[in-house]
Design a protein around this ligand. Structure first.
Ligand SMILES: *Cc1c(COP(=O)(O)O)cnc(C)c1O
Length: 357
């Protein structure tokens, strides 16, 4: 790896902004590596910069792109850790395989995320729940409008944003009964940009009604709950937790997986199964469904307060005194921020970049 000598100075001069709207402020360094002639070339840690792309680059026309989202936590000066990076690396390669793009070797992925986290260690905010959000991504830079042929050139990048905790005001979801996010045999279970583009209009309609985001149902029957546009879904029914079983239309969230393990560790039963939207609405009405929440790396865990139909009718969860989601959220933070031991092997200690490397 090449390290541009200016990166240390850039980080020293970077001040963590007092307010951190998600994804807005990037640390002033980034990692890049190009793929050409059938192989990945040596990567560079350098200053954050705009990319220069041929206007015919395939990422711009055919969404040949895959990405990840993961978090680094500062544990005192110079001891940053990353949460479950192996899972993100494996998922990135599953996404890349689905779009017939070359996989990123483990050494290169870990070199990239370790280098940026190590150099930017002083830019990791360390308040409760704060972190450095890492965004690795791969784009096709191949300049050929010839539709769906294989690309010959790609770029792997990692950028990073200091991140604050999300507001935990309960989310109000639009039950999306017109559009679908993913179809069997499609790309719903991989993390690629095209899935997000397809969800934006629905989320805009939700926002216009004063709602937070959309809740997606299955494309075939419209009966089964799948997930949110960037978070997985859980509902608590009579003291047990339920989440849609993974299919090829649901993104296998790493936070989802962590929550299942943490809940089981607490002695809470977790069921991964098909969950009908009617079962949930009936459950809210009868009081059997006591809470619902969504989870993902960026926001961790957020409670869901309301499920609303397009005609304006809605179901609201009543307040519970000791909700499961708050216990799960504090335990997740305890592991991430090092207050409890890590029985799951989730924590990766970042090797520090020494000068001359
Ligand atoms: C990223 C993402 C999630 C959450 O995954 P995590 O690994 O927990 O961050 C859930 N759904 C979709 C569609 C996503 O893109």
């Amino acid at each position: 790896m090449l390290v541009d000598p200016t990166v240390h100075k850039l980080i020293r001069e970077f001040e963590i902004p007092a307010s951190l709207p998600f994804g807005e402020y990037k640390v002033p360094v980034m990692y890049t590596a190009s793929y050409r002639d059938g192989q990945w070339l040596e990567g560079t840690l350098g200053p954050y910069h705009s990319l220069s792309l041929d206007p015919a680059a395939k990422c711009l026309h055919y969404a040949v792109e895959a990405f990840e989202g993961m978090k680094a936590f500062g544990r005192g000066p110079d001891r940053p850790v990353i949460f479950r990076p192996d899972s993100n690396w494996q998922r990135l390669n599953r996404s890349l395989a689905r779009i017939a793009a070359p996989e990123v070797p483990r050494e290169m992925f870990f070199e990239a995320i370790s280098a940026i986290t190590s150099v930017a260690a002083s830019a990791i905010p360390t308040g409760p729940g704060q972190s450095l959000y890492l965004r690795p991504f791969v784009i096709s830079t191949d300049s050929n409008l010839g539709g769906i042929g294989l690309s010959r050139e790609y770029l792997f990048c990692v950028i990073a944003c200091p991140a604050d905790v999300y507001q935990t005001t309960p989310m109000r979801l639009l039950i999306e009964r017109q559009f679908v996010r993913a179809v069997p045999g499609g790309t719903g279970s991989v993390k690629i940009g095209g899935n997000y583009a397809a969800a934006i209009l629905s989320n805009k309609r939700a926002a216009e009604r004063g709602l937070t985001t959309s809740l997606w149902l299955d494309a075939g029957s419209g009966q089964w709950v799948e997930e949110l546009s960037a978070m997985n879904f859980f509902v608590a029914i009579n003291g047990t937790l339920h989440t849609p079983a993974l299919t090829d239309t649901i993104l296998p969230g790493i936070t989802r997986d962590s929550i299942i393990q943490l809940a089981q560790n607490f002695g809470i039963e977790v069921f991964e199964r098909a969950i009908g939207i009617d079962e949930i609405l009936d459950g809210v009405r009868s009081g059997a469904a006591t809470e619902a929440f969504a989870c993902g790396t960026a926001a961790a865990i957020l409670p869901i307060g309301r499920l609303e139909e397009t005609d304006g009718s809605f179901h609201e969860f009543s307040d519970t005194s000791d909700p499961i989601w708050t216990r799960l959220r504090s335990e997740l933070r305890n592991v991430q921020e090092g207050r409890v031991s890590d029985p799951f092997g989730w924590i990766y200690e970042v090797p520090l970049l020494t000068s001359g490397q």
